[in-house]
Write a protein that binds this ligand. Sequence first.
Ligand code: ZN
Length: 208
Amino acid sequence: MTTPAPTLTDAEKRLSIIVHPHPTLRYKSKPILRVDDQLRDYISQMFELMYSSKGVGLAANQVNLPLQLFVVNPSGKQGEGEEMVFINPVLSRPKGTESGEEGCLSLPGVFGEVVRAAEIDVEAFTHLGQRINLRANGYLARILQHEYDHLQGVMFFDRMSEAKRLEINDEIGEFEDDYQVQSSLGNIVSEDHWQAWIQKIESRYCIK
Ligand code: ZN
């Protein structure tokens, strides 16, 4: 016996990118146990949002979905490079370190230097049920680590050195101030509404 998946409203079927300090960006996402047409539609929306925002990767947390899923195209351009979908990714065997500048679609315009593993293994599934097992290096390794962090509720600036982080503190603070303003204007959903949304998505995708 299975329980029917909760129905989603038209508004809930449309995704948009959320910005820091939205609580879903700090939520530890759950593994996906069910893939349906709606999830495949969410994935194509994620690619569209990524391209229109000039990104190279986008994690489900960033579109307010508490799921272990991210999409990547290192070229950042539709029709170029390779589109990759990672479901329930696991990273392992990090080797070496490399410093590089990162930005994030949930903190538009803010950039900072982050030290990452130079090489890393990733295991995951695609939305078509194919197994992914690859060793990544260079830019792809950085993207994978940045997006994987999102699924754990970790932002790139959490990984920066204190000195480097201080340089962008004011810029991050502006996003936090704006969130406060939006909240006081009633433009941000209440804690209860947010909890209900997280539960709705988890009961649809994270329970067999
Ligand atoms: Zn990001």
